[in-house]
Design a protein around this ligand. Structure first.
Ligand SMILES: CC(C)(COP(=O)(O)OP(=O)(O)OC[C@H]1O[C@@H](n2cnc3c(N)ncnc32)[C@H](O)[C@@H]1OP(=O)(O)O)[C@@H](O)C(=O)NCCC(=O)NCCS
Length: 249
């Protein structure tokens, strides 16, 4: 999902994604393209035997979008980054009593819920990624966030299946990030998503974060409205492409 950035190169090799998908994955370092930089990044991919290159383009660079199209890049997503300042909020809404940090027994059912919850993502939209692998990516994301960060869950405890989750991490000092959030389909539309966001905000507040960020897709209206209702505002947007190369390069 991330890799060490080498900005003297046009691209960065992504070891985690490569291990997970079983083919070499990289991302373009720049957010704009010129004819020259397009050639350079394609050459870098061939030298590195990259099969799939991620490219997050600046949406305000029309030449870049045109060059991406002629360079064989496939449009996969418009990503929105939303942000909320916690610094000057007098009080945060209560989360509700049923939301708690996940325990080891919660992780298999939460991973099962994650498999089917994130169909708006670029990994499901791009047929280059088998849907079984896209599903497993989100299951693994929950396991990783449980090991490395914090997963809050609603409901659950045997024999009931958990009805939702939100994952929280502190990145870069006082900045918090919501990684994933989902509510089981049968429980949606009853305020649980809002309660999970409130629980996450309480958690970030306790962790002394002054800002919280979250990313979602332009196509995910439910998620946007959920975050906007909690006070998040759009901070950035970018146009995402994937560039595939034949396996023999
Ligand atoms: C996004 C999601 C978590 C919302 O959970 P939920 O429990 O249904 O949400 P709530 O009932 O608490 O609704 C909270 C607000 O979200 C918005 N919202 C929720 N579902 C919506 C929908 N289908 N369409 C439009 N707005 C919606 C509304 O603004 C709502 O507030 P309102 O009812 O006062 O208008 C849920 O739809 C989901 O799990 N989706 C799949 C996973 C996903 O896309 N996650 C986000 C990206 S990681």
């Amino acid at each position: 999902m991330s890799g060490a950035s080498s900005h003297d190169q046009p691209g960065t090799f992504l070891p985690w994604d490569t291990d997970f998908f079983g083919f070499r994955v990289g991302r373009a370092n720049a957010t704009t393209l010129t004819r020259t930089s397009l050639d350079e990044v394609l050459q870098w991919c061939r030298a590195e035997r990259i099969r799939c290159l991620y490219f997050a383009a600046d949406r305000e660079a029309p030449e870049t979008l045109a060059l991406a199209a002629t360079g064989g890049f496939q449009f996969v997503d418009v990503r929105l980054d939303l942000s909320l300042s916690l610094g000057n909020r007098p009080a945060l809404p209560a989360a509700g009593p049923s939301i708690r940090p996940a325990q080891p027994d919660d992780i298999p059912p939460l991973a099962a819920l994650a498999r089917h919850s994130h169909r708006d993502s670029r990994f499901f939209k791009d047929p280059g990624f088998p849907s079984s692998q896209a599903e497993e990516l989100y299951a693994e994301w929950i396991r990783r966030d449980y090991r490395q960060h914090t997963v809050l869950t609603a409901g659950g405890g045997l024999p009931a299946a958990p009805s939702g989750y939100v994952t929280c991490q502190v990145s870069g000092g006082q900045r918090g990030r919501i990684g994933l959030i989902a509510v089981a389909p049968a429980q949606q539309g009853r305020g649980l998503g809002r309660a999970l966001v409130n629980a996450a905000l309480q958690w970030f507040h306790s962790a002394k974060c002054t800002e919280v960020r979250v990313a979602t897709q332009a196509s995910n209206v439910a998620a946007q409205r959920l975050y906007q209702a909690a006070g998040f505002r759009t901070a950035e947007s970018s146009v995402w492409f994937h560039r595939w190369f034949p396996s023999s390069v």
